[in-house]
Write a protein that binds this ligand. Structure first.
Ligand SMILES: [Zn+2]
Length: 395
C-alpha cells in the first residue's frame, strides 16, 4: 500500500510531552502478536511506555497509560490466570505513580489518566491516584457487561473496580465530524494541541494519542500508539523509509558472532517473513516485515480491522512530521530521554534531534538472523520485590 500524504490539522497550540519508562518488562508469545511468527523469535520482548502530557494554557497535566501495577499479583483473577500461560515472564520494579512523585510531579496535579485501552499492562494502579484524577476510557467501555462493574464484583472482569471507584469515569465518544487522516478524532483540550484517535482492532475502545510537539504550518507530532500494534516491524521498512543497503553499525547490538561488519541488509531481507526468498530485493527493502496476528490465539479481537488501523498508521509513520511511539517498543527507552533520568527533558524537539532516524532500525536486533535466534529475553520468569518468584508455589 502506497502511503498517503498526511493532512494534519493546523494549530499554534502544543503540549509538552515527557516519556516515562514504567519499569515493566515482559515477554509474550510472538504468534499472538505478529504474523508470521518465525523460528528464533518465538517470544517477543516488551517494555511499557507511559507519557506525561502538559497543557500549559490550562495548567493541566494528564497521563497517557500507566504500564503495569507493581503488585501485579493483585490484578483481576482472570488476568492472574493468564500470566504464566500466555505471558512467560514479567518484572515490574516501580509503580508509575511512584516515579512521578519521586521526580517532583504530585499526583494531585494529574487531572486525567487516559487509558489507551483497558488491558492490565496499560492501566497501572489507579487507586494510588487521588479521587480528583478522572479516568478517561475509549468508546464502549461503560456499556460493556464484560468489564463493568469490574473485579471482584464481576468475578470474570479483567479490570479492577478499585481503578474507577469514587472517581469520574469519562468515556470519549468520537461522534463529532473531526477526522484526522482516516481516524475519527477527539480534540482533548479544544485547541488542537492533543487529540485522541479512534483506532479499533486490538480491543474494545482502543485509542491512540496525537500530541502536537511544535506549532504552526510545519507542526510536528508524537503518535502515542498504545497497542494499535505491538511491534514496529509491522510498519518498517516501508516505501518512504527503505531498509538501507548496509545496516548502520551503531544500530546493531555489539555481538560480532551475530553481525558481520559492515552488515548487509540481506542478512534480514533474505528472510523477509512475508515475501518469498526469490522476491525482488527492492520489494523486500520497502515492505513491512509483519502483519498483525490473525492466529487463533491472536491478541487482536478483530485482526482485519486491526490491520486496517495499522495500514492507516503507516501514513503517519511515513511522515517526517510524526514520530510513532508504540507502547511496547523497547527502542524508545534506549534512545529517547525519559522522565526517570531527568524530569526536565521533553520529547518535543524530537525532529530537530533526529530521534526518529535514531530509533528506526533497532527492532532488527529482535529478529533471528543467520539461523541464530534474535535478541535474548529482556526478563526470564516472574519477579517479585526485585527477586525471582516461583508463582506455581502460590497457585
Ligand atoms: Zn499492551
Amino acid at each position: 500500500m502506497a502511503p498517503s500524504v498526511l493532512k494534519l490539522p493546523f494549530s499554534n497550540s502544543t503540549v509538552r510531552v515527557r516519556l516515562i519508562d514504567t519499569t515493566a518488562v515482559l515477554t509474550v508469545r510472538a504468534e499472538s502478536f505478529i504474523e508470521p511468527a518465525q523460528k528464533g523469535q518465538e517470544t517477543m520482548n516488551m517494555t511499557c511506555a507511559a507519557f506525561l502530557i502538559e497543557h500549559e494554557p490550562s495548567g493541566k497535566k494528564i497521563m497517557f497509560d500507566l504500564g503495569v501495577r507493581k503488585d501485579y499479583w493483585n490484578l483481576a483473577a482472570m488476568i492472574q490466570e493468564r500470566l504464566g500461560k500466555v505471558i512467560p515472564s514479567l518484572r515490574v520494579d516501580r509503580d508509575t505513580s511512584e516515579i512521578l512523585v519521586e521526580k517532583g510531579i504530585s499526583l494531585e496535579s494529574i487531572s486525567s489518566v487516559i487509558w489507551s485501552h483497558y488491558h492490565w499492562d496499560h492501566t497501572g494502579n489507579m487507586s494510588l491516584f487521588p479521587s480528583s484524577t478522572e479516568l478517561v476510557v475509549g468508546p464502549g467501555f461503560k456499556d460493556s457487561p464484560a468489564l463493568l462493574p469490574g473485579f471482584p464484583e464481576h468475578p470474570d472482569s479483567p479490570v479492577c473496580s478499585s481503578d474507577f471507584r469514587g472517581r469520574q469515569l469519562r468515556e470519549i465518544d468520537f461522534k463529532s465530524n473531526l477526522r484526522i487522516d482516516g481516524f475519527a478524532a477527539y480534540d482533548f483540550f479544544g485547541d488542537g494541541s492533543f487529540y485522541l484517535l479512534d483506532t479499533p482492532g486490538h480491543c474494545l475502545g482502543h485509542m491512540c494519542g496525537l500530541a502536537r510537539t511544535t506549532a504552526g504550518d510545519d507542526s510536528t507530532f508524537l503518535l502515542l500508539g498504545g497497542d494499535i500494534c505491538h511491534f514496529v516491524g509491522d510498519l518498517r521498512p516501508n516505501p518512504t523509509y527503505l531498509m538501507p543497503d548496509h545496516i548502520p553499525a551503531e544500530v546493531l547490538d555489539a555481538d560480532p558472532a551475530y553481525f558481520p561488519s559492515p552488515c548487509p541488509c540481506t542478512l534480514f531481507t533474505d528472510h523477509h517473513p512475508l515475501l518469498p526468498h526469490g522476491a525482488d530485493l527492492d520489494e523486500k527493502k520497502k515492505t513491512p516485515f509483519f502483519r498483525v496476528s490473525a492466529h487463533e490465539k491472536s491478541a487482536y479481537v478483530d485482526p482485519p480491522i486491526a490491520q486496517e488501523s495499522v495500514d492507516k498508521l503507516l501514513a503517519f509513520e511515513s511522515s517526517p512530521q510524526v514520530l510513532v511511539c508504540l507502547a511496547h517498543d523497547k527502542t524508545l527507552h534506549k534512545h529517547l530521554p525519559t522522565l526517570n533520568e531527568d524530569p526536565e527533558l521533553t520529547l518535543n524537539d524530537w525532529q530537530e534531534r533526529g530521534w526518529k532516524e535514531k530509533c528506526r532500525w533497532d527492532w532488527l536486533n529482535e529478529l533471528p538472523r543467520n539461523g541464530k535466534p534474535g535478541r535474548k529475553p529482556v526478563v526470564e520468569g516472574f519477579w517479585r520485590d526485585g527477586k525471582p518468584w516461583d508463582r506455581s508455589k502460590v497457585e
